[in-house]
Design a protein around this ligand. Structure first.
Ligand code: NAD
Length: 434
């Protein structure tokens, strides 16, 4: 007992490491390693967010008897919805009855919709995609005390939707947004998707955010105050999406070209709806809604279009510039042996028949070193994509392929060929103006 007592006392009096040095060291090093491993192991922040927003088609949205907007503003919450409206200045001027209609609509629904102020005018078109206008939008949102439960209604063309959408995406880190597109291009493309943004530092869409709207409501009646030029410009995106995705739709556009060029209601309604549907299918179904990868089939014709828009200081409409970009890339694909002569001819013929000018003066601009200014757009597009070029090109009507290298000499030849291509239809050639 005594001995054992002494032994235990001895044990207690000695630091453990003297007694079981091997074991202790092994344990200590094990725990160190596992602590180190713990530190080196990454933590994971992993979650999924799913989006579900309707794209609705209607007429006379602000008729108090039309349930469309009221339903969107009230179904989700059960409490009165607070709303602030931003609208394209040109839209308000071209459709002067709209202001009163909007106010009357909210007055009729005062029980569960609260309009914070009279609709606020936003500079027309591309002028709205400007950092100073963005500041103004934030100022309005702040002055009217918008919080994350309020709704913004954005009425306008693609440009105003992009700018107001960006303000909504960033104000309080996200305010509910209902897009009400008022141009053909916005109803069939820009308003449908998830991108928002403004131009900055001389670059188109340099600042922006992916931010889906709560709902998109296309009111065909809003398009009736558009100039014929803007009614036609928006068709470029319908031709584009048909070219890359839907041969049958392209054939239909060919057959309806005269009706579409005169903005026949039946034909235009179908073209807008089918184009919106194809865009939406791609954005929501191709697995890359926030464009993390490089492939961008919907950007067919856009590398040159963005450059042309900038070179024209936005005299050219987005759709007009896209039409030129598609024609140019069609000729390039033809020169590369990708697109047949017959298909190339069909593309050019359709664009001209719809009334597009395929050779605006900006196409031939040179810089001080005599280099084509449009060609510089390729490099800008590469940078925008993050290094690797990925340009969709047609293999045939209805099918595209991504090219990662562009032969500059061949592209310049395509440019020259386009500049000598047939003249636009008489009376429908504003895109060709100085
Ligand atoms: N976010 C996207 O996914 C996406 C996609 C395609 C294009 N865009 C952007 O959309 C913009 C082009 O859009 P757009 O073609 O609609 O041009 P736009 O927004 O510039 O509008 C064209 C003109 O029509 C006027 N307008 C708008 N509605 C009107 C109406 N109902 N009556 C009379 N005038 C009216 C505008 O004030 C403008 O002068 C570009 O900035 C482009 O980058 C965005």
């Amino acid at each position: 007992m005594k001995r054992s007592h002494g032994y235990y006392a001895f044990l207690q009096s000695r630091p453990t490491e003297t007694l079981l040095p091997g074991l202790f060291l092994a344990a200590r090093s094990l725990s160190r390693t596992s602590r180190q491993q713990d530190i080196e192991q990454p933590l994971h922040g992993r979650f999924k967010v799913s989006y579900d927003y309707p794209v609705l088609f209607t007429d006379h949205l602000f008729d108090p008897n039309n349930p469309c907007l009221h339903r969107q503003l009230t179904t989700q919450h059960g409490v009165a919805a607070t709303v602030l409206v931003f609208a394209d200045e040109q839209l308000l001027q071209s459709a002067p009855q709209l202001l009163k209609q909007i106010e009357a609509y909210f007055a009729c629904h005062a029980a569960d919709l609260h309009l914070l102020a009279a609709p606020i005018a936003v500079p027309a078109g591309e002028l709205s995609k400007d950092p100073q206008v963005l500041q103004q939008l934030y100022g309005d949102m702040l002055n009217h005390g918008l919080d994350r439960h309020c709704y913004v209604l954005a009425l306008g063309g693609g440009a105003v939707l992009d700018a107001v959408g960006y303000a909504c995406a960033t104000f309080h880190r996200g305010i509910r947004l209902i897009r009400i597109p008022s141009t053909v291009l916005a109803q069939n493309d820009a308003g449908i998707g998830v991108k928002n943004g403004i131009n900055a530092f001389g670059q188109k869409n340099l600042l922006g955010a992916f931010y889906p709207a709560t709902a998109v409501i296309n009111d065909f009646q809003l398009l009736t105050s558009l100039t014929r030029r803007d009614q036609i410009a928006g068709l470029a995106e319908a031709v584009k999406v048909a070219l890359i995705k839907d041969r049958v739709f392209f054939q239909w556009i060919e057959q309806q070209a005269d009706a579409l060029a005169s903005f026949d209601q039946r034909a235009s309604r179908y073209a807008i709806r089918r184009c919106a549907e194809l865009h939406l299918e791609h954005i929501t179904g191709a697995g890359d809604p926030f464009e993390r990868g490089n492939g961008r089939p919907l950007d067919y014709g856009h590398w040159a279009a963005h450059k042309l828009e900038n070179l024209s200081h936005h005299r050219l409409r987005h759709g007009e510039a896209v039409a030129v970009g598609m024609a140019l890339d069609g000729l390039y694909a033809n020169a590369r042996g990708l697109l047949s002569n017959a298909d190339t001819e069909r593309v050019l013929r359709l664009l001209l028949k719809l009334g597009f000018c395929l050779c605006p003066p900006e196409l031939l601009l040179k810089d001080a070193q005599g280099r084509s200014q449009v060609m510089l757009g390729l490099e800008e597009f590469r940078q925008h994509l993050g290094g690797q070029l990925s340009i969709p090109m047609l293999k045939r009507i209805g099918e595209s392929v991504d090219l990662h290298e562009i032969d500059s000499a061949l592209m310049e030849q395509a440019l020259l060929r386009l500049s000598t291509h047939s003249a636009p239809q008489p009376g429908l050639s504003e895109g060709c103006g100085p």
